[in-house]
Design a binder for this molecule. Structure first.
Ligand SMILES: Nc1nc2c(ncn2[C@@H]2O[C@H](COP(=O)(O)OP(=O)(O)O)[C@@H](O)[C@H]2O)c(=O)[nH]1
Ligand SMILES: [Mg+2]
Length: 196
């Protein structure tokens, strides 16, 4: 697919604020600062559709981006930000759970992991949760420009093992800086959106 049109359609903290129709949705999950906003901008070829931030932990809403008037990419709030208050963290869990458990439109959650690091405890918890709800199977490894080809292979294997991925699960290295990998991810989107 080619993304020709992308617009922020809704910003939600509760289900009554979600768009009401049956467009399929692919959500992005990952820890704060992993590169979710940068990936969204890369995919849509827009410099600042989503705000890229040097200071993590700012996005505390579920953002619905309408793509080609055919589906949505949903940017979920990042987790694992140490400075977030307890109240914020608890609100986060409830907001995420409501969306992930009950959103009929949601087909898959694209889990983002920084290719340089071992998945955190929260990354693993998040992925287990996605598996439980049948929303797993797509992992994007971000900031691929920061590692050598050799490290890329080694770290991919390490991350696949830590998340207990099955052979059919997909890992796609991407770099927002070098603008690589997004074409493979868009092909994966085509496959997901064609499924019933
Ligand atoms: N080198 C490199 N830096 C990246 C890449 N993607 C994001 N970043 C940087 O990582 C930081 C967090 O990015 P952002 O997209 O805001 O992450 P988010 O919090 O997950 O939405 C910013 O400083 C980005 O410039 C990438 O592919 N390569
Ligand atoms: Mg962001």
């Amino acid at each position: 697919m080619i993304i020709k049109k992308a617009e922020l359609e809704a910003v939600a903290v509760k289900p009554s604020q979600y768009p009401e129709d049956n467009l399929k949705e692919i959500a992005f999950a990952g820890r704060s600062n992993v590169g979710k906003s940068s990936l969204l901008n890369l995919l849509t070829n827009r410099k600042s559709l989503a705000r890229v931030s040097g200071s993590p932990g700012k996005t505390r809403t579920i953002n619905f981006y309408r793509i080609n008037d055919g589906f949505r990419i949903v940017d979920l709030p990042g987790y694992g930000y140490a400075k977030a208050s307890k109240a914020l963290t608890e609100g986060w869990g409830e907001m995420m759970e409501k969306y992930l458990q009950s959103r009929q439109n949601l087909k898959v959650v694209d889990q983002l992991i920084d290719i340089r690091h071992e998945p955190s405890k929260q990354d693993i918890q998040m992925y287990d949760y996605l598996r439980y709800y049948g929303l797993d199977g797509l992992v994007v490894l971000t900031k691929a420009d920061k590692v050598s080809r050799n490290e890329m292979n080694k770290n991919t294997a390490m991350i696949r093992k830590a998340l207990k991925l099955e052979p059919e699960d997909v890992t796609i290295p991407v770099s927002a800086l070098k603008k690589t990998g997004y074409d493979k991810l868009l092909l994966e989107f085509d496959r997901i959106l064609e499924e019933e």
